[in-house]
Ligand binder design. Sequence first.
Ligand code: DX5
Ligand code: ZN
Length: 227
Amino acid sequence: MIAPSILAADFARLADEAAAVAGTAGRGADWLHVDVMDNHFVPNLTLGLPVVQALRKATDVPLDCHLMIEDPERWALGYAEAGAHNVTVHVEASRDPVALAKDLRAAGVRAGLSIKPGTPLEPHLDTLRHYDTLLVMSVEPGFGGQEFIPEVLDKVRTARRLVDTGHLTLLVEIDGGINTDTIEAAAEAGVDCFVAGSAVYGADDPARAVEALREQVRHASAHRGWA
Ligand code: DX5
Ligand code: ZN
């Protein structure tokens, strides 16, 4: 799956930018990744609920909301009510991520848990049994256009193994620095869903960029022997 991040899109033309990757007949973006930043959890401020509500009306592509915010307990359910498909919170910011996952699922959305590059996976494995998505950050959250941190692929491999052996049931998603140079290594490590901001919206033809990334994933996954 490919999830273009609108952080790299033109914020004055979000409906057009969503349409630019939507595609037709099974092609195009699988999810649209929406980066919510509060200038507290990360040193940047982007968009919030009103924009997600407006975007929901403007596109049929499922919205993958990545909440880089403090106090997700206060805000996350609002994104579920706004029609998000996937609501992802940061484990570093949540007081009770298990309760939050239960509330999100009860609200009818997929629950996602994100971990920063320096956050280990092992202490959170029990928590992850309550989640539908693990979002492995491959840059420090806060900004697009940063360089991929390959060391996080160890966490991807661990998560992949736990999913393949039936210990976890979730999608493994990666976010940050994904482009034509890095996506194959991520695919070989076992990622299911690839977020790409600048690699998609920095391209002349965003829809083609999505398909080119997907083609690279197909190639690398066949090579790895799964998917
Ligand atoms: C970073 C965001 C990412 C960002 C990725 O904090 O979570 O989703 O948009 O952008 P690129 O693909 O340019 O690294
Ligand atoms: Zn993100």
